[in-house]
Write a protein that binds this ligand. Structure first.
Ligand SMILES: C[S@@+](CC[C@H](N)C(=O)[O-])C[C@H]1O[C@@H](n2cnc3c(N)ncnc32)[C@H](O)[C@@H]1O
Length: 243
């Protein structure tokens, strides 16, 4: 069982607090479902309140960071969901699919066990334009290697709606692009420790040194300062909803 998050996940619950605007979008997509499966649940972020939730997660470190809740927690992987067909009204998978070893099988497993909507928050690997990739170009290659093309969802789940999930400037969930308007955050190893991309790229110290220099001499502000006018930004995150 892949439990890479036994390492990455240390202190995850503090650094990756669910963002209420993203939560609202996920809950709206789950609709009136009462019995919900959360695949790759991590520490339980974005699990809807007032519904019967079952969480599936391979990492015991992540499971240990769950807050007390009524959810049932099962140690397992998306590729082999231990439930009969059509067990859930809806299912969700948030910022996890890029970690699955077999994404197509994981999606078809979600379809098999779900009667209604399947809600997936992910990233479009064809998206370009996040300024951090100007410093760390490996981020683009990594996305292309890890993130499924958006066409995979329709292939495995049937018809899907795909909508942009703009990221608020003060996003509380510290995933890779969350600090797009707070560039100094990327210089803090405690912050980047909760971003799996920083674990996957060998050496970012020269890139971060350049970023630090550019912030100090205001080169960053000259290049990207227009972002300071925005309250939210499309950075390639997508909410995929299969009905
Ligand atoms: C970035 S975390 C996201 C966790 C949670 N959904 C959230 O939004 O905070 C990715 C999670 O996917 C889990 N994961 C890795 N491989 C998996 C697999 N094959 N099936 C299900 N979950 C997996 C990791 O252990 C980790 O907890």
């Amino acid at each position: 069982m892949d439990a890479k998050y036994d390492t990455i996940g240390v202190d995850y619950a503090n650094l990756r607090k669910p963002d209420h605007r993203i939560q609202a979008a996920i809950e709206a997509a789950l609709g009136t479902a009462k019995i919900v499966l959360n695949v790759g649940a991590g520490a339980g972020s974005y699990e809807p309140v007032g519904k019967e939730v079952t969480a599936v997660e391979p990492s015991s470190e992540m499971i240990a960071q769950r807050k007390p809740s009524n959810a049932s927690v099962v140690r397992g992987v998306a590729e082999d969901l231990p439930f009969p067909d059509n067990s859930f009204d809806a299912s969700m998978a948030v910022l996890t699919i890029h970690h699955w070893t077999d994404q197509a099988t994981g999606l078809s497993e979600m379809r098999r066990v779900t009667r209604g909507p399947i809600v997936i928050l992910t990233y479009d690997p064809a998206f370009r334009g996040f300024w951090l990739a100007d410093y760390i170009p490996e981020l683009v290659t990594l996305d292309e290697q890890q993130m499924p093309k958006l066409s995979l969802y329709q292939q495995e789940l049937g018809p899907v709606d795909i909508q942009s999930m703009p990221i608020p400037h003060d996003c509380t969930d510290g995933f890779l692009c969350a600090y797009w308007r707070r560039p100094s955050a990327y210089l803090d190893p405690k912050v980047t420790a909760a971003m799996s991309s920083f674990w996957a790229i060998d050496n970012v110290s020269d890139a971060l040194q350049s970023l630090k220099q550019d912030i100090a001499d205001r080169t960053w502000q000259e290049r990207y300062g227009h972002l300071q006018q925005l309250n939210e930004c499309d950075l390639g995150y997508r909410l995929v909803v299969a009905r």
